[in-house]
Ligand binder design. Structure first.
Ligand SMILES: Nc1ncnc2c1ncn2[C@@H]1O[C@H](COP(=O)(O)OP(=O)(O)O)[C@@H](O)[C@H]1O
Ligand SMILES: [Mg+2]
Length: 267
């Protein structure tokens, strides 16, 4: 192929990527072709990289849009999770949840454990994985979600609000158990979970065991009915361990060297 033809083929390729609205691939193509010319990568790898560049741009955009609409409080990912710190967690279970089969099957996930063990981190990382796959996600603490339902009810828009919160493929209900919930609030939450039951996945986190949810919701019978629905199709992650938040305090108490000087930084 003459140099001129090769150049026009490459120009056409750029044109096609622009035409297909693939700016990620378009930006990466010169670098990838450079690697091909240098004999560093073969054709299949070049095509793979070209597509990867577009997929990662798309995932990034999805994540940014989700961060705006989902109320996720932070970006927490599986990559940023230190499994060595929390040996009670089975890494295979968490990895497998991140392949998102549970979303397709409309199953729930419950993270139980004391404060600081990573419940919110893992719930958010599941939500982010789902958002990157183009699924609609929404985050709220139990108290915030109930608050929004109560406000909607007072304004005569309860059904609309329930519909909005039933719509996402993944709803995170964080912090069940930290703050008390009124009986009216618990009834609204039960209604929400009832609507989502077998329709869409919910990820719940709690510092209280199920036996205490009756106290949290102020109604043993309703709590039992709620737990029954939640657990029907559910992955339970019971985390027993120390708080990541106060990990440095423990080492200081034990007069070990400060973390910065120890090998294996955790963040
Ligand atoms: N194993 C871990 N590896 C990395 N960061 C962690 C780990 N566990 C917790 N964290 C971090 O510690 C903080 C507290 O964790 P969080 O998930 O909010 O705890 P919980 O919700 O269980 O109270 C967060 O900033 C979180 O990202
Ligand atoms: Mg939390």
């Amino acid at each position: 192929m003459s140099a001129l033809t090769a150049r026009s083929v490459r120009d056409a390729l750029r044109q096609q990527l622009a035409n297909l609205k693939m700016p990620g691939s378009l930006e990466a193509i010169d670098c990838i072709l450079g690697e091909v010319d240098g004999g560093h990568i073969g054709t299949a790898e070049a095509i793979g990289r070209l597509l990867d560049a577009q997929i990662s741009l798309r995932n990034n955009r999805r994540l940014q849009a989700a961060m705006r609409s989902s109320r996720l409080p932070a970006v927490k990912t599986l990559r940023g999770f230190d499994f060595a710190f929390q040996p009670s967690i089975q890494r295979e279970q968490i990895d497998s949840l991140h392949t998102l089969g549970f979303l397709e099957r409309r199953e729930n996930v419950v993270f139980l454990g004391p404060p600081g063990v990573g419940k919110t981190h893992l719930a958010i990382s599941l939500a982010i994985a789902a958002a990157e796959h183009g699924r609609r996600v929404y985050y709220g603490t139990l108290v915030d979600l109930i608050d929004s339902l109560q406000q909607a009810k007072a304004a005569g828009r309860l059904n609309q609000r329930l519909a909005v919160l039933t719509h996402p493929s993944l709803l995170v209900v964080d912090e069940i158990g930290y703050l008390p919930v009124s009986h009216d609030g618990a009834v609204l939450f039960f209604q929400l979970m009832n609507r989502r039951y077998e329709r869409a996945s919910t990820v719940l986190t709690s510092n209280k065991g199920f036996e205490e949810w009756g106290n949290v919701l102020g109604d043993d019978v309703m709590a039992a009915a709620l737990i029954d629905r939640v657990l029907h199709h559910c992955h339970l992650v019971n985390i027993r361990g120390n708080s990541y938040r106060i990990r440095h305090h423990r080492t200081t108490d034990q007069a070990e060297p400060p973390p910065a000087r120890r090998s294996g930084k955790r963040n």
